[in-house]
Design a protein around this ligand. Sequence first.
Ligand SMILES: Cc1cc2nc3c(=O)[nH]c(=O)nc-3n(C[C@H](O)[C@H](O)[C@H](O)COP(=O)(O)OP(=O)(O)OC[C@H]3O[C@@H](n4cnc5c(N)ncnc54)[C@H](O)[C@@H]3O)c2cc1C
Length: 336
Amino acid sequence: MSENGVVDITILGAGPAGLAAAYYAGHRDASVRIIESLEQLGGQVAAVYPEKHVYDVAGHPKIQGTKLVELCAEQGLQYGPAVHLGEEVRSLERLSQNGEELLAIGTDKGGPYLTRVMIITAGHGAFEPRKLGIDGIDDWDGRGVHYFVREKDVFRDATCVIVGGGDSALDWTLGLQDTVKPPIALVHRRDNFRALESSVNEARALESSGRVRIFTPCEVRELHGDGSLQAVSIENTKTNEVEQVECDALITLLGFHSHLGAIAEWGLELHGKRQILIDPKTCETSLPGVYAAGDVAGYEGKITLITIGMGEAAIAANNAIARIRGEKVQPKYSTD
Ligand SMILES: Cc1cc2nc3c(=O)[nH]c(=O)nc-3n(C[C@H](O)[C@H](O)[C@H](O)COP(=O)(O)OP(=O)(O)OC[C@H]3O[C@@H](n4cnc5c(N)ncnc54)[C@H](O)[C@@H]3O)c2cc1C
């Protein structure tokens, strides 16, 4: 990064395509900044299916989502890009500084971040955790409501209520057993869980030893506490019985939703409603100096797969570099 904070390439989104673009840009000696709205790397793979196996990524006959993300991150971050997690890109403007045309990127947390070109690898848009439909739920942020488990120690000796019926909810009901104060209350709105049967069986076994309480078909209706969370009310939706349960930490693991958001208002030509039109030969969008790759990039015949996104990332990064340096597009082999 130069002294005034200008980077060659800013990558918007740290999914597989964004991390691949970071690799190719770093490999070509470009300075890089990555901005990702989630607090984690890996895009859909990390957020939606970390435990599943993927079989069709080139060079990996079978690989678990988490492992794939780990490898993409190892490869993508090896040249030391600046990484901003938990920041959603909102605005894009053009400015001129010392005779150089630059892009100025604004996020919900700050900016402007100055860059010579941008590669948008935003997938289906910024991910946000799905929240409980309870009025004022956002007021509990930082006061006992959590949407991720990043460090188990945050929950040390806490009474926990986990909401959800998928793998994440079950995994953390099991994974926090050695950390929190038992029992963990597991709340799901249906009778049946979507998670792996073996995890559900393990949770039921823990229930019989008093380490887990399973509430189904139930929903959390109210949160209670002065300052910080102390209890939640859980309603059985069949009997309408309500029980108030002690709770220092309410962890809701209900998946994510995404939206293209402000990106759709930057004047980029779109392909359908959810993709940015690119020229597949260069991955450039309708705005000069703005490239796109991965699921967010659209054109006739596009297939949204990880391998394709990684290929587009290589095209975008090499074309972006050629633009910055005013040279012919010339990829460099990575072998040494
Ligand atoms: C259940 C499931 C199974 C799948 N299985 C396969 C499979 O077997 N094989 C395969 O090839 N593909 C599979 N896919 C598709 C694959 O996951 C996607 O093609 C791939 O993740 C796209 O990568 P990406 O980097 O383009 O976007 P994403 O992975 O979506 O990453 C985009 C990132 O950009 C961030 N972002 C978006 N907007 C902003 C913003 N404004 N500011 C900051 N950050 C932003 C998002 O938070 C996200 O982290 C599957 C998808 C799902 C949902």
